[in-house]
Every structure is written in structure tokens, then in C-alpha cells.
Design a binder for this molecule. Structure first.
Ligand code: NAP
Length: 248
């Protein structure tokens, strides 16, 4: 066990949960952010503690700056921040752009874009050598939607992930000389609850035949990429976005 802390937003379920368990296996103290499902977050903490790891659950809606400040304040009490996984993200119900209310688009951008940028800001303030930090890694969860555009489904979501790709490239360059690596992952169709929250629980499996590898991916397959990007094995990787999508 090191004193290194990783903050994972949306660590209670899906990809964030798998990343939390994988980071704990590699010795990180894990701050499990969650929006509302306290039971799921506590279950992740219990699973980590059962394997002699260290974790805490912190309620944090990344659409709220005050929650983000509280998340990082909790992380500060837990140890020295070494990594951030900007994982929290939402989709909307299947819709065309000409049907989208402004509130939906604003919430999408607040959570998926502004929330990720604000979390990165807090992480850079702690990890950058410019601010007396010891360096670290930021992994941003994008989506292949950034490339495909998701027409007739959720173009607003795809646009939010396009913003994450640009942010990953730009922030990576900005802090490359300050000990911080920044990388993105574009998952393809991954078997999590997110499709149900978009109104179509079976979406990933329905579209699986279109994937070159002819199957959906698992949250663990994304977590494996996250912990690789966080590791010293990826020590020369920054401003890079990795597709983990079965070829999609
Ligand atoms: P998921 O199964 O729906 O889980 C979402 C997680 O994020 C939960 O822990 C949830 O917390 C949390 N969350 C939701 N809204 C939040 C908010 N406003 N503030 C903070 N946390 C919030 O999602 P997932 O499929 O694992 O997706 C994780 C990331 O991967 C997202 O950025 C998503 O866009 C991206 N991604 C997923 C897929 C896919 O096919 N699954 C594909 C491409 C990209 P609660 O448990 O408290 O609700």
C-alpha cells in the first residue's frame, strides 16, 4: 500500500466501479465518488476493504462545483493525490437535436464537460510540480460517440465527448512539463447500466453485431486500460486518446 490516492468520479457503478477495484489491487487508496447511489458506493468500498485495500465513498455530483471541492477536500485528508479518473458521465433519452430542451443540453455539458474540467483543475492544483506537487496522471473517459456523432440517439452526448477529447489533448500539453500525464479512453459499447438510463437497457447487445469484434465490452476491459494508462508502463504516453471498442 502506498500513500497515493486516486479520485474516481462515478466510482459506484459500471466502469468507475471496475476501475476502483483495479486501482485498489494496484495499491491505490481509492476515493469513490458517487452521485446518489450510496449503497452501491459503500459496496465498492466494502469490496476493496475485504481485499485489505483502503477506500472511502464521497457523494459528489460533478455538475456541482461545491461537491467537487468537497470531493477533493476529502481526498486531501486520505493521502497524497496521485491520479484522477474523470469517469462520471450521463446520456440522455434517445432523441433528435430538434427535440432537445435547453435544460437537457445544459445538464449534459455541466456533468460531462464542466465537471471533468473542474475535477482536472483540482487535480492539477494538487499534482503539478508548478504547485509543489509530485506529479500524477489524469484519465478522462470519452466515448467512440465523439467520432461517430450518435445521430438520432444523443448528438449532445457525442458533442460532450468530443469536448473531452480536445480537453485531453490540450491539458496534456499544458501540464506535460509539470509531471502530469493526461490521457483519454474512448470506450465502445460496454455492458453497464448507462444504456438503461438512456431508456434502452439492451442497446449495447442490440448493436453488438455492428462491432468488428461482434460483442460488447466489459467494464473490466476498460478498467484494464485505465490502470495501464495510470501505470509507469505508460510513462511516455500523454495527450493520447485510446480507443477500447472492439474496433468500433
Ligand atoms: P453507469 O453504469 O451509468 O455509471 C455511472 C456512474 O457515474 C455511477 O457511479 C453514477 O453514480 C455516476 N454518476 C452519474 N451521474 C453523475 C453525476 N452527475 N456526478 C457524479 N457521478 C455521476 O456509466 P458507465 O457506463 O460506467 O460510464 C462511465 C463513463 O464511461 C461515462 O463517462 C460514459 O460516458 C463513458 N462511456 C460508457 C460507455 C458504455 O457503453 N457504457 C461507452 C462509452 C463511454 P450513482 O451510482 O450514484 O448513480
Amino acid at each position: 500500500m502506498t500513500d497515493k490516492v486516486v479520485v474516481i468520479t462515478g466510482g459506484s457503478r459500471g466502469i468507475g466501479r471496475a476501475a476502483a477495484l483495479a486501482c485498489a489491487e494496484r495499491g491505490y487508496r481509492v476515493v469513490v465518488g458517487y452521485a446518489s447511489n450510496e449503497a452501491a458506493a459503500n459496496q465498492v468500498v466494502a469490496a476493496i476493504e475485504a481485499r485489505n485495500g483502503k477506500a472511502i465513498a464521497v457523494k459528489c455530483d460533478v455538475g456541482e462545483e461545491a461537491d467537487i471541492l468537497a470531493l477533493f477536500a476529502a481526498a486531501d485528508k486520505f493521502g497524497t493525490l496521485g491520479a484522477l479518473v474523470n469517469n462520471a458521465g450521463i446520456v440522455g433519452k434517445t432523441s433528435r437535436v430538434d427535440e432537445m430542451p435547453a435544460e437537457r443540453i445544459q445538464r449534459m455539458m455541466a456533468v460531462n464537460v464542466t465537471g471533468s474540467i473542474l475535477c482536472a483543475r483540482e487535480a492539477v492544483k494538487r499534482m503539478s510540480t508548478r504547485h509543489g506537487g509530485r506529479g500524477g496522471v489524469i484519465v478522462n473517459l470519452s466515448s467512440v460517440a465523439a467520432k461517430l456523432g450518435s445521430p438520432n440517439t444523443y448528438v449532445d452526448y457525442a458533442a460532450s465527448k468530443g469536448a473531452i477529447d480536445s480537453f485531453t489533448i490540450g491539458l496534456g500539453y499544458e501540464v506535460a512539463g509539470e509531471g502530469i500525464r493526461v490521457a483519454g479512453i474512448r470506450p465502445g459499447l460496454i455492458d453497464t447500466d448507462i444504456h438503461a438510463s438512456g431508456g434502452e437497457p439492451d442497446r449495447a447487445h442490440r448493436l453488438a453485431p455492428n462491432v468488428p469484434m461482434k460483442r460488447v465490452g466489459t467494464a473490466d476491459e476498460i478498467a484494464n486500460a485505465i490502470v495501464w494508462l495510470m501505470s509507469d508502463d505508460a510513462s511516455y504516453v500523454t495527450s493520447t486518446i485510446l480507443d477500447v471498442s472492439g474496433g468500433r
